[in-house]
Every structure is written in C-alpha cells, then in structure tokens.
Design a protein around this ligand. Structure first.
Ligand SMILES: Nc1ncnc2c1ncn2[C@@H]1O[C@H](COP(=O)(O)OP(=O)(O)OP(=O)(O)O)[C@@H](O)[C@H]1O
Ligand SMILES: [Zn+2]
Length: 531
C-alpha cells in the first residue's frame, strides 16, 4: 500500500516536473525567480521519491525476506520426533553390533541401576560403513527397544548459509530431546557437519560442529539422551568428535554375508505370498555383494513383477528378474563373472589367513569375501600384544602374510590378478623401511637420507627385491605343503563368506592350532588388510 502511494506521488511529481520544464523551454520567463526555485524543488522531490521507491522495493524487502528465511531455517524440521515400533527383530544379521547395543539399551531401560553405581550413560555411538546396510534402521530399533523418542536428522540439514543457524538448530534439537527424554538422536551423514576442520574453514560449519561438541559434553546424568551418528566415511571426521565422552563407540555396519542376506530376505518377504519354488537360501547365494537396502528392493521388485504378471504368489522367476534388474542398476558383473571372481577372492583371502596361521603372527580375527570399500575381501588381524619393537623375522612374517593372497592365486589358478595391489603396496612400504631405515639388508646401516637414497637407488631396489623374493618363495612353499587346508578354507569362504577365528581353527583341526585366543569385539584399532 505504502509502495503504491509513493509510486503515485512519484508519478505526479514527475508529470509536474515535465510540465514545468516544458513551459520553461517553450519561452517561460527565465528571470522568474519563484518559477525557477519551484522547478528545482519539483525535481528534488521527484528524485527523492524515486530513490525512496526503489529502496522500498529492493533492499528493504530483501532484508525482510532474509530475516524471515533465517527464522524459518532455524525452525526447520528437527523438532519432529517419533516413537518407533521397530525392534531388533526387524534388523536381520548384524549380530555383533546388536550384542554391543544391548548394553546401551539396558542402560536406557534401567538408568537408576547404573546411576547408583556411578556409571555414566554411553552418549555417543557412531555407525560407519557402506550405504544401505541398516544404520538408520538399527538406530530406530534402539529407540523402539527402549520406547524412546526418536529424533532423526541428517547432517546436511544443519548446513545453512546463515551463520549461527546450524548451531541454533543443534541446540534446539538437543533441548527438545532432553525434554522428551529418554530419547535417541540419530544424525545421518554426520560428516556433513563433523568433517575435519582444517582446510576449507567454513565459519558456519565450524560453529555447528562446535555446538554439537558442546551439546555432547553438556548433558547431565539424569537426562537419558543417546546420540547415534552415521557416516560412510569414518576417516573424514574431526578427531574432536571421536574423543572419549563424545562419539567414542564406533561400530562397523558392513554388507551382509550369505547367512545375514538370508535373514534380511526373510524379514522382507515375511508378509508376502511366496510360491513353493522360492528357496530363500538360494536367493541369498545369488545376491553376493548386495546391501540390506538392495535386498529389500529385490523383495519389493519381485512382488511388483508378480503383480504385473497377474500372479497371486511371487515365484522364483520373479525374484530372479528382480535380482537381474538390481544388478543391472548397480552395474555389477553378471553372475558367472561374479562366481569366478568370488572363487579368486576366496583363495586369495584363504591364502592370507592360512599363512597368518602357519606363521603364528597376529590372530586372524575374521576373514571375509564380502566387499568392503575398495577391497573385494579382507582379513582382520588382531595384534597379540602391543608391539613397539619388531624383529627382522617378524617383519618378514608380516610380508609373507601379505603375499599369501597373491601366492595362493598363482598356485591355484596359475596366473596373477590385480587383486593384490594393496598388498603389494604395503609389502613395498615395509621392505623399504627394512632396507632404508632399519639397516636390515646387505647394504647395512643407512639412513633414510635423500642423497644417499638417490646414489644407492639401484642397490636399494635390488635388496628390496631380494627380501620380497625370499619371502614369496617361502610363502609358496607353505601353501604347497598345506594345499589341502588352503582348499578347505577357500571352499568354506565360498560357502559362508566370512569365517571368524574359531571357525577357522575348527576347520583346520589340529593343524597348527596355535591361535587359541578367542576373537575380541570389533574396534577401530584393528588392522584391516584389503585384497
Ligand atoms: N540388516 C537389515 N535387516 C533388515 N532390513 C535391512 C537391513 N539393512 C538394510 N535393510 C533395509 O534397507 C533399508 C535401508 O536401510 P538404512 O536406511 O537403515 O541404511 P543406512 O545404512 O542407514 O543407509 P545410508 O548410509 O544410505 O543412510 C531399510 O529400511 C531396510 O528395509
Ligand atoms: Zn590381499
């Protein structure tokens, strides 16, 4: 309204200015003092009205919008919470993680019991692992099991263009969660706010992260709020976030093995009419490398295909079509390539595990052919004790374990594959240190000094190759001697996809039964050896 009036006034004054100028140009009296002063006044007022109108139209309005937008951004989403009905029964597989979470659940359910003993509630839990593996599902199951209020947010929701808004939203979220306690706050994609703070220092993001840290440090013991963060990239997170008292419990949520895939498929076909020819065990075998989300998709797609074909039940062919469709979407290789690759990876990992057993190096905690990150399979080692000093023999043993994969492939298939790339990188790193830092070669003492390294380049190479060749030969010998065992382990991996230390020992019988210690719970200190 105001804008309109100003605009009208502006038009009137503009018209007056034009008329007066016109009369002046067409021979009005130049010396008329009043007329000339009036004209100037007219022009002045017109210009003023024009500027006022423009200002009213643009910057004022923008400022207004900014405040509104900012307010809106502050209030956005995260006050909404639910009371999930999901329980651990709906989460298939992931037994180790569920076991660890039971402790947290017990804590929430019986706070007083723990408080009496002066125990503090575990505040921050971090789920990490590939997408679609059930991190969100698991977090809502924790809330479901404890009848807690469930606040779900995504890290990216906190990333705002206005400084302070993200931080304010974090604060409101925690305030609300405390009010609705017991609560579980789930922050997906936590790396969006919790990424390392160095390089691209972004004021708004830093403020948000700082606020999150303040909140994590800030609850009292009488407020039962558990925060679960999830990320696909643990390595991106700022260390401050991972410190004790904050997100100090890290749980890897990986892709399911064959048994877990079977269970997930059972969960997702529970309420679907299946034809008699559907064998879930077989479907599980055909879906190697898929995540829980893919499997839930397979079940849904199969149902859709069956409906489209006017069937009353879902048959195996519908599942097969669904699997093909999802595999095509994933651009995964066709099943026959997949099978061949699975075989190579099985022997490769079996090679690592067997050599580790023979040489009695670190405890093999788990050997698996489930893809993880870039790796097609992996062996998890658990150092037997904290080591600060290693002998030459021990370093050689480490190298041999790493070469075990490649040696097994060569022994069984007669050819080498690209799968040992990461192993070789690590082998080269260790040998380089042995030669150049620890003086463990015929070159004797030498320091890691660039000039010396340049002069001795060729010799260093020769010494390194000598060590690697020697180690490789011994590794091959071992695998030849224990080829039966190698085949046993590889076959078990083909079938079960993961073996823990006990299963491995059982499989190998009395064969060098040295690794008696039972596996310890997962933690981030373990060494992971990629294919
Ligand atoms: N272990 C599982 N048991 C049953 N269903 C599962 C499991 N894992 C995944 N799913 C199915 O996949 C869907 C997606 O899983 P969810 O959103 O929990 O994965 P996520 O790990 O949080 O993924 P992202 O990292 O992409 O956020 C779930 O809703 C569920 O249907
Ligand atoms: Zn390997």
């Amino acid at each position: 309204m105001k804008k309109k009036i100003i605009f009208m006034l502006f038009l009137i004054f503009l018209a007056l200015t034009i008329v007066s100028s016109f009369s002046f140009l067409s021979g009005g009296d130049i010396n008329n003092h009043f007329a000339s002063r009036d004209r100037l006044l007219l022009i002045g007022v017109t210009v003023f009205l024009f500027i006022y109108y423009i200002k009213l139209d643009k910057p004022f309005q923008y400022a207004h919008a900014t405040i509104n937008e900012k307010k809106e951004a502050e209030q956005k989403s995260n006050e909404i919470f639910t009371k999930p009905k999901v329980t651990f029964e709906d989460v298939a597989g992931l037994e180790e993680v569920k076991e660890e979470l039971i402790e947290v659940i017990d804590f929430i359910n019986q706070v007083e019991k723990y408080q009496k003993m002066g125990a503090k509630i575990p505040k921050g839990i971090l789920f990490y692992g590939p997408p679609g593996t059930g991190k969100t599902l698991l977090a809502s199951a924790v809330a479901g099991e404890t009848k807690s209020s469930f606040f779900s947010a995504s890290g990216s929701e906190f990333v705002e263009k206005y400084v302070g808004v993200g931080a304010k939203r974090v604060r409101t979220l925690f305030e609300k969660a405390k009010k609705e306690s017991p609560s579980v706050i789930f922050i997906d994609e936590i790396d969006a706010i919790g990424a390392k703070r160095h390089l691209d220092s972004n004021n708004e993001k830093d403020q948000t992260l700082n606020q999150l840290l303040v909140e994590l440090d800030g609850f009292n013991t009488d407020q039962t709020v558990v925060v679960i963060g999830a990320t696909n990239r643990l390595d991106l997170l700022d260390e401050a976030l991972l410190r004790p008292g904050r997100f100090d419990r890290h749980m890897f949520i990986g892709n399911p093995n064959v048994k877990a895939r079977e269970e997930i498929l059972r969960v997702h076909t529970k309420n679907k009419p299946l034809a008699l020819d559907v064998k879930i065990e077989d479907l599980a075998k055909k879906t190697h490398g898929m995540s829980g989300a893919h499997l839930s998709n397979v079940a849904n797609e199969a149902a859709i295909i069956a409906v489209r074909e006017n069937q009353t039940t879902i048959a195996i062919k519908h599942f097969e079509q669904a699997i093909e469709r999802i595999i095509a979407g994933l651009q995964v290789k066709n099943p026959s390539v997949l099978l061949k690759e699975k075989q190579i990876v099985s022997y490769h990992e079996a090679g690592h595990a067997l050599i580790a057993k023979i040489l009695n190096t670190d405890i093999v905690q788990k050997v698996s052919i489930i893809p993880r990150g870039q790796a097609l399979g992996y062996v998890l080692h658990m150092p037997q004790e904290d080591r600060y000093i290693m002998t030459r023999e021990e370093l050689c043993s480490k190298i041999m374990v790493m070469l075990g994969g490649r040696a097994a492939e060569e022994l069984i298939f007669g050819h080498l594959s690209t799968g040992a790339r990461d192993d070789l990188k690590k082998v080269i790193d260790i040998t380089m240190q042995m030669v150049c830092e620890y003086g463990m070669s015929d070159l004797g003492y030498m320091s890691n000094n660039p000039t010396m390294m340049q002069v001795l380049g060729q010799d260093i190479n020769k010494e390194m190759n000598k060590i690697i060749d020697d180690c490789y030969e011994i590794t091959q010998q071992h695998l030849k001697t224990y080829k039966n065992q190698l085949e046993k382990v590889a076959a078990a991996l083909m079938d079960r996809e993961t073996l823990n230390n006990d299963e491995l020992s059982e499989l190998l019988g009395d064969f060098l039964d040295e690794a008696k210690d039972s596996p310890k719970p997962l933690d981030s200190d373990k060494e992971m050896e990629a294919v």
